[in-house]
Design a protein around this ligand. Sequence first.
Ligand code: 5RP
Length: 217
Amino acid sequence: MTQDEMKQAVARAAVEYVKGGIIGVGTGSTANYFIDELAKVKSRIDGAVASSEATAKRLKSHGIEVLDLNSVGGMEVYVDGADEITRNFHMIKGGGGALTREKIVAACARYFICVADQTKLVDVLGKFPLPVEVIPMARSYVARELVRLGGQPRLREGFTTDNGNVILDVHGLNILDPVALESEINQIAGVVTNGLFARRPADVLLLGTEHGVETCK
Ligand code: 5RP
């Protein structure tokens, strides 16, 4: 199975968790496969909350109603990919730059279902550079603080988030305590959020492997 076939397989498996109501939808290539599968059962749901403008556009292109998060009380499931995930379901996210909205939508969902192929499973987070969304005027200050924490931040050139901010990708971190680091980075003035999803980890991991989809709970 190719990596894309594994992504499609986990997307199909995630649809099994869609029982009705409003669905939170993540961002990225795996989430895109999920949207394509969700379209096949769209009559079953009341609409979706999107974690990015790109996801909203794809949902709408399939005729799925996109709802404002402020107009919904919450949702049963949020389905999204990850750049890295551990067996404790701690993740690095934000490779696509949508981390802030992803974290907000995930916070409103009862179940976070992570859909990922086997290349994303790691023992320790940090090989994938940690994305940090930053208010533009704070870029240099935040970068200095991230160096103090042992990282090597690099500005994601030519990229602006859906919220009008910049991303610093932090290389060289060996993240042994993701819960503590998530909080510490979020305390730096000018940080909007960082791509560690550890304080609110996934609840279920649908892992695409060469032998099929492994469900990890
Ligand atoms: C976007 C994300 C994505 O979930 C993450 O980058 C994984 O993407 P893909 O499914 O394309 O590998 O966090 O901000």
